[in-house]
Design a protein around this ligand. Structure first.
Ligand SMILES: [Zn+2]
Length: 184
């Protein structure tokens, strides 16, 4: 490590020698994961991220969840979900190593569990606030709409985030990468 010079905020990427972008995990020019010592991991593209989401939902739907769970048990040790395994994506921690099996399961379920607890709490609040059963169902309907919108917003965050993280990636400290892909 050549740490002799003064610290600057815009660092040069040691793979493509372009400015790497301040504070980002990935080089803003060549997408290499700058905290990977072997420099073999690149940011997954936004389209492959969205594709993996779609595939995971499709597999869950087609296999009634069961097949997806079995598949997850097989690929979680490789830092993948079923959708990510089809597209060659891996989940990394923001510390630079591949997410361990337990952390993959936490990423797949911890976020949903937290949202579920919030939903149940809000539902209980609605029950206390609503004066009639009809009013309760109207409030419930809108709560559902808000939750779907939030889930969509969470996933869509990869479209504008510099490090292509979803909101749950930010909370859990994870990144999604493609490995050993040669780019110009
Ligand atoms: Zn670069």
């Amino acid at each position: 490590m050549s740490g002799a010079g003064p610290r600057t905020f815009v660092l040069e990427c040691d793979v493509c020698h372009q400015p790497a972008g301040p504070g980002a995990y990935f080089c803003s020019s060549c997408d290499v994961l700058s905290i990977d010592p072997e420099r073999r991991s690149y940011a997954a593209t936004r389209w492959s991220r969205l594709g993996a989401f779609a595939l995971d939902y499709l597999i869950i739907w087609l296999s009634v969840g069961i097949g997806w769970l079995i598949w997850l048990a097989v690929v979680a040790p490789r830092g993948q979900s079923p959708g990510k395994s089809l597209l060659g994506l891996h989940i990394y921690r923001t510390t630079g190593e591949q997410a361990a099996t337990g952390y993959v399961w936490l990423r797949e379920f911890g976020w949903d569990a937290a949202l579920g607890i919030v939903a149940v709490a809000l539902l209980a609040l609605l029950g206390a606030v609503a004066s009639t059963v009809g009013e309760f169902f109207i409030l419930w309907f809108w709560l559902t709409v808000v939750f779907w919108a939030f889930s969509f917003f969470d996933a869509a965050w990869v479209l504008w985030d510099r490090d292509r993280q979803t909101l749950h990636d930010k909370v859990l400290g994870t990144l999604v990468v493609e490995r050993a892909k040669e780019r110009v």
